[in-house]
Design a protein around this ligand. Structure first.
Ligand code: HEC
Length: 240
């Protein structure tokens, strides 16, 4: 029996791992004959062979690295969600919602200029969900939710989104939180432009033609009666 093997047997007579034990940062090999007499003599000789031991030692760092990169260790990281990851998601969320907001605003203004608010509603109802879809990727989905909702299919917040929506304020206009291990970013939408009230303001002040189109396309519409600077809803970016 070799010297190193005797040492390791003394320091840990009972072994959990049939092949390797750790002693003061050094990986040692114990005698398998003592600990696992049921292993056949041929296989024992094979495992105890010094070139085999060198081989196992040489592949250890690689195995450790593989484990760190494996889905098991990644899964743990996702659940913990590091602050840096949250901040990076917030930054990406800001950028993508900036671009989404710009695209929607441009389309809305162009449609109003072309045929007035009632025409713009027809355009928005067809194009707003498509524009949202065009900004979504395989990694995240982007959409808008309402404090009171017009498009019940796309604008209704889920329970967790409703909770986060309630935390938004002018002083804290966006938020990132992990929900079921996935990040969710919300950015408040305020009715800071009087133009918005043409379709979301007090029903009495909304042009009758516009009201008629709204009633036809959105029979369950609850998104009127807002005042300037009210919280209208939020942009939502959800990690897939
Ligand atoms: C021309 C009418 C019109 C104007 C002006 C208008 N909206 Fe809307 N808004 C709509 C329509 C129509 C929808 C539903 C779109 C859909 O089907 O996806 C909608 C949906 C929304 C939603 C999504 C939530 C929901 O209830 O479905 C938000 C948020 C929103 N509007 C905010 C605004 C803001 C902010 C402004 C001002 C910059 C504005 N809107 C101006 C017609 C309008």
């Amino acid at each position: 029996m070799r010297k190193g093997q005797e040492d390791s047997n003394k320091s840990s007579p009972v072994l959990d791992c049939p092949i390797l034990t750790h002693g003061e940062g050094v990986v040692r090999f114990s005698s398998l004959q003592d600990t696992h007499p049921w292993i056949s003599t041929g296989f024992r000789t094979f495992l105890e062979d010094s070139s085999m031991q060198r081989f196992f030692k040489s592949i250890l760092p690689g195995m450790a690295l593989l484990w760190m990169l494996s889905p098991i260790s990644c899964k743990q990281e996702k659940v913990q969600v590091l602050p840096a990851t949250k901040e990076a998601f917030r930054e990406s969320g800001k950028k993508v919602t900036d671009a989404f907001m710009k695209a929607l605003g441009q389309r809305l203004k162009a449609a109003i200029a072309e045929g007035g608010p009632s025409y713009a509603i027809e355009v928005c109802s067809k194009e707003a969900p498509k524009i949202a879809e065009s900004f979504s990727t395989q990694k995240f989905r982007i959409h808008r939710i309402g404090t009171r909702v017009r498009n019940i299919h796309t604008g209704t917040p889920t329970l967790d989104e409703r909770e986060l929506l309630q935390k938004l304020s002018p002083k804290s206009p966006d938020i990132v939180e992990p929900v079921n291990g996935k990040l969710v970013y919300l950015r408040a939408i305020y009715l800071s432009n009087a133009l918005c009230l043409k379709c979301h303001g007090d029903p009495k002040s909304i042009d009758p033609k516009t009201r008629k189109v709204l009633a036809r396309l959105y029979p369950e519409d609850k998104a009127t009666g807002y005042k300037l600077n009210d919280l209208r809803g939020a942009f939502v970016v959800r990690e897939r």
